[in-house]
Design a protein around this ligand. Structure first.
Ligand code: GLU
Length: 498
């Protein structure tokens, strides 16, 4: 392949029209991994020629999303580069020039059809089950007449003149050869009446001028491939290597992954936007690892891979043409594993902003003591404030007082446990080892099992059954908080007598 000798330059070319979806992030990641693997350049280009749908907020979100995933681009908005501008609406004169070239060489023509006529033609053709939406009405207007009509200010678009018969076989680096019948193709619009190019024209010109060696893009563009190849031919340019990435399916395996966020039956959000994953507390390393496995694999077993391993191992040959299923459980599992690998210091520093966002005020030093207790028990950073509320609140949320009654015991036993615990907790040295010895001795002297002793205490101080090991938890919560909560539990179990 001649292109193999060219320097590797890969671009991610999003159209910022809405929220940054993980499908786009997967494309950006494959671009990035491929570029880094080959020591090439990763370029970001903003495709904003659809001005009606363009949204500046979406661009901001996109840049933030790429930064969160640490997909740093070598050229593009905010960093510049030798092939700029990297925003298509800043390149309009370039497209004009090249489009004129296509007209001059007879590869494109001006179309003066009104939108009303085009709509009517499209409907008519659909009814007759004819391919394409345009009947090529203006294709044979002679250039002299066309130039005159333009001079008179008549509104028009510019269309690509495609062969009317025969077929074209294109090569996709993942899917292989694909053949299209020319009769199925439409003389696509290259330039709209307002002088703004369509995606097709701009993408081909930019990929060429920016010396892009490899194009990876969403599967939805595969039918545009013949059109793009004809454009390259019309310009006399060699096309880059082009590959369409496998579709991402819903977790059920049925249908494309949703474009919008839904909710699971239990009410939890099912994120699809990069910012939501970030807000929920997915680590960038877990996201990158997970997204890399959506359509690519290293072998049939390796799942956890660092960024540098992914860069080293990534290859187009191992990108699968078959669709990939999105799997929240797998992502959550990976995220949990990455969380467990962090040092307590690192995890604490990552947790603090999430706690602050949840309204929790806590000193870093205090959090450093809590972190090891929860590290094994969270799947996302955002879990912490809700799952382990009792570490962060003054007053526990209400809970059912029957939970204070020991297994195979009664209210009297629950009260005895809590009263004894109250006495012990007010005098014992507040370290996990001393707490354990003292509370076990209490169980013995009350003549009950250790579990019957600990359950009411855990419930009293945590307000919930799911909690880290008891003695560490007591130690971190400190004497004052534990005593207060035990007293409140006693009151809960023994309503005031009149
Ligand atoms: N702007 C197109 C998109 O957002 C890019 C497609 C391509 O990479 O060529 O999907």
């Amino acid at each position: 392949m001649t292109t193999a000798t060219k320097p590797v330059r890969v671009r991610y070319a999003p159209s910022p029209t809405g929220d940054f979806h993980v499908g786009g992030a997967r494309t950006a990641l494959f671009d990035y991994l491929f570029a880094r693997h080959h020591g090439g350049k990763f370029i970001l280009r903003v495709e904003d020629t659809d001005q009606k749908r363009y949204n500046p907020e979406a661009l901001k979100q996109l840049l933030e999303g790429l930064r969160y995933l640490e997909l740093d681009w070598d050229e593009g908005p905010e960093v510049g580069g030798d092939y700029g501008p990297y925003v298509q609406t800043e390149r309009l004169d370039i497209y004009q020039k090249y489009c004129q070239q296509l007209i001059d060489t007879g590869h494109a023509y001006r179309c003066f059809c009104s939108p009303e006529r085009l709509t009517a033609v499209r409907q008519e053709r659909q009814k007759k089950k004819l391919s394409g939406g345009y009947d090529r009405y203006c294709r044979n207007i002679n250039p002299g007449e066309a130039a005159e009509r333009v001079a008179q200010g008549e509104s028009h678009t510019i269309r690509l003149k495609l062969p009317l018969e025969g077929e074209i076989t294109v090569h996709d680096a993942i899917r292989g050869k694909i053949t299209f019948q020319n009769t199925q193709l439409e003389d696509a619009i290259l330039m709209k009446s307002d002088g703004i190019p369509t995606y097709h024209l701009a993408v081909v010109i930019d990929d060429y001028l920016m010396k892009i060696s490899h194009v990876f893009r969403g599967d939805e563009w595969v039918n545009s491939l013949p059109l793009h190849i004809y454009l390259y031919q019309a310009f006399g340019w060699e096309p880059p290597v082009i590959a369409h990435l496998p579709l991402i399916l819903n977790p059920t395996g049925k249908g494309k992954m949703s474009k919008r966020e839904g909710r699971a039956p239990d009410g939890t959000v099912l994120p699809v936007f990069v910012r939501t994953f970030q807000e929920l507390g997915y680590l960038p390393e877990a996201m990158v690892n997970y997204l890399a496995l959506l359509g690519w694999s290293y072998d049939d077993k390796t799942e956890m891979m660092t960024r540098s391993e992914l860069i080293e191992r990534f290859s187009l040959e191992r990108v699968n043409a078959a669709p990939a299923n999105w799997n929240y459980d797998k992502l959550n599992h990976l995220n949990g594993q990455y969380i467990r690998q962090l040092s307590a210091e690192d995890l604490t520093d990552r947790l603090l902003p999430y706690l602050a966002a949840a309204g929790v005020k806590i000193e870093r030093d205090k959090m450093l003591r809590i972190t090891p207790l929860i590290q094994e028990r969270i799947e996302t950073l955002g879990d912490t404030a809700t799952k382990f509320k009792f570490f962060f609140v003054d007053e526990l949320p209400d809970y059912d007082s029957s939970e204070l009654i020991p297994k195979n015991g009664d209210v009297a036993m629950g009260l005895a446990v809590l009263q004894r615990a109250g006495q012990t907790l007010s005098v014992v040295e507040f370290t996990q080892a001393k707490l354990e010895i003292a509370l076990r001795a209490d169980a013995d002297s009350l003549g009950i099992k250790a579990g019957q002793m600990f359950q009411p205490i855990r419930m009293a101080v945590c307000g919930q059954k799911a909690a880290p090991p008891l003695f560490e938890t007591l130690e971190v919560l400190d004497r004052e908080t534990c005593l207060k909560r035990v007293r409140q539990a006693i009151a809960k179990l023994q309503p005031p007598q009149h």
